[in-house]
Design a binder for this molecule. Structure first.
Ligand code: PEP
Ligand code: MG
Length: 539
């Protein structure tokens, strides 16, 4: 059987299909007779939840360092908390209710109690209690994360995947994503490209395919279920051909990013976290042109502290060993939602309270991040850029906050390095203001994903509009050209960090426009290097 979908990233994956069920944790109250057996269910679920937390701890230790990982240790300890366990046991035994219900009610009670405390630290524990009770309920209901259900790599099939879910998946167990919903320009699609795995959206599957053998053809957008031997053989060959192509590109490692006529180009990589840095090095990028720092927030249960962020940024700059790392400040909102920000529902989130707007309205969050970045800057070469800019006034307000942060660090005797400041050009307003904006900053980085969305008035999250989302539209290309010209006039260098930067059919066009830097997903570095090296701008 074969099903047609839409490709988000090319490549071939062959393996078992595994349906990812979300833990929506709708808990019903059910009367039970055997209360001892029910308490035993709770005990078993607790043991399993602790195993999951231990695994998350190890993963976080590797990817984001000890301070971030510590929360998973705290959660393990909280699961052993006697009062919580007593409350659950008591409910099961005296009210004859199911374990899920007892955990949900006890979790709610404890979390309300913590929330009402004066001490800020204790208050913050309310979210942790909710989190651990949800985890236990997920285990009881058999809806725990797919990553933990499988110890062999699988093709993950899901209704949809939010970026926060995607970052928590164990990348080593993922051969491919297949989803029913989602759009090709969403952040989940971007994550699939970063992970360098084939991904499809818009596949109308039914649950019976769970556990069956499958093949994903990320070039044609097709999912094969229980394919015959001939098809398997054909795709194994295709996989080998792809591996061969990748091997050939490997020969470009160590080669400079320079056109035939001698124009040097900065070829950088986009990352979402510390875990992506090995791919940057393997693919031989000369720097990091976009560190989507919001993924530190998406992967966390609560606001990452200054120390946690500092550790993550320092680890990235140290690993990059003197190569430039451009950190984009928090770009939360729209499709990147985090519960603990408590953002209100909006009818138009893409044009809503997001990114720099949140940072300017909540300077404490912003300053914590800036302090962490500046502290990390003494360990390597860091630049900062700010997302979703629309005006000169915003840039001036940002620079004032940056100056305050530096003064604070000075007065505390904390060292920091020279940090270039840049802005993302991803709104038409910013494009029109590039002449003035260039005088305020060191560089521009064009975010073509949002720039296309706002220029064409096409919601990048809406799969129905995928065919209208045309990043090659002349309006988008003219906006890029104008940005480069005005940037250079005002003394700012100009890069592209949106997905369009990796489109090798446009590499020559961008270089002719004068683009100084291209920042692309690590898996595209060598293909773009090849395109750069094939350009002759003298002709
Ligand atoms: C962009 O908008 O092009 C961009 C790089 O930022 P993001 O995709 O994270 O919105
Ligand atoms: Mg953007």
């Amino acid at each position: 059987m074969e099903m047609q979908g839409k490709s988000v990233f090319g490549g071939v994956a062959i393996g078992r299909l595994s349906i990812y069920k979300k833990s929506d944790n709708v808990v019903k109250r059910v009367k039970i007779q055997d209360t001892d057996a029910e308490f035993k269910r709770f005990e078993d679920a607790t043991v399993k939840a602790k195993e999951q937390l231990a695994a998350l701890y190890d993963k976080a230790m590797k990817e984001v360092g000890e301070t971030s990982a510590a929360i998973f240790e705290v959660h393990q300890m909280m699961l052993d908390d006697l009062d919580f366990r007593e409350s659950v046991a008591n409910m099961i035994k005296t009210q004859n209710v199911n374990a899920e219900y007892a955990v949900a009610v006890s979790g709610d009670n404890f979390s309300t109690m913590f929330a009402a405390m004066d001490d800020d630290y204790m208050k913050a524990r309310a979210a942790d209690v909710k989190d651990i009770s949800n985890r236990v309920i997920s285990v009881l209901q058999g809806t725990e994360d797919a990553k933990l259900n499988s110890d062999e790599p699988v093709i993950l099939v899901a209704e949809d995947l939010a970026p926060s879910e995607t970052v928590q998946l164990d990348k080593s167990l993922l051969l491919s994503f297949v989803t029913r919903y989602g759009s090709t320009n969403s952040h989940t699609a971007i994550l699939a490209r970063t992970m360098n795995i084939p991904a499809l959206i818009g596949v109308d599957y039914d649950e019976s395919i769970d556990g069956h053998f499958g093949i994903v053809d990320g070039f044609k957008g097709v999912l094969y279920i229980d394919p015959d031997e001939a098809t398997i053989e054909k795709y194994r060959k295709k996989q080998e051909e792809e591996a061969e192509k990748a091997r050939l590109l490997q020969e470009l490692k160590g080669m400079p990013d320079i056109t035939k006529d001698g124009r040097k180009v900065k070829l950088y990589a986009n990352i979402g976290g510390v875990g992506d840095v090995p791919a940057v090095l393997q693919n031989d990028a000369s720097g990091i042109g976009l560190f989507r720092s919001e993924f530190l927030y998406l992967g966390s249960e609560t606001f990452p502290t200054e120390e946690e962020q500092f550790n993550a940024y320092r680890s990235v700059v140290q690993t990059m060993a003197g190569k430039k790392v451009i950190i984009r400040t928090l770009d939360i909102g729209a499709d990147k939602q985090v519960d603990y920000f408590n953002l209100e529902h909006e009818d138009n989130p893409a044009m809503g309270y997001r990114a720099i707007r949140i940072c300017l309205e909540q300077p404490d969050i912003f300053k914590t991040q800036l302090r962490a970045i500046y502290r990390a800057s003494s360990y390597g070469s860091i630049a900062i850029m700010f997302p979703m800019i629309i005006s000169i006034d915003e840039v001036r307000r940002i620079k004032k906050i940056v100056a305050e942060v530096k003064e604070e660090l000075d007065s505390q005797g904390i060292e920091y390095g020279d940090v270039e400041l840049g802005i993302m050009i991803e709104t038409p307003a910013a494009v029109w203001m590039t002449e003035e904006l260039a005088k305020e900053v060191d560089f521009f980085s064009i975010g073509t994903n949002d720039l296309t969305q706002y220029t064409l008035a096409i919601d990048r999250q809406n799969p129905r509009l995928d065919s209208f989302y045309d990043a090659h539209h002349p309006a988008v290309l003219r906006a890029i050209q104008m940005t480069v010209e005005n940037g250079h006039k005002g003394g700012a260098w100009v890069g592209i960090c949106g997905e369009l930067g990796a489109d090798t059919t446009l590499t020559e066009t961008f270089l002719r426009m004068g683009v100084d830097e291209l920042s692309v997903t690590p898996s595209r570095i060598l293909a773009v290097r090849s395109a750069i090296r094939n350009c002759d701008l003298s002709k």
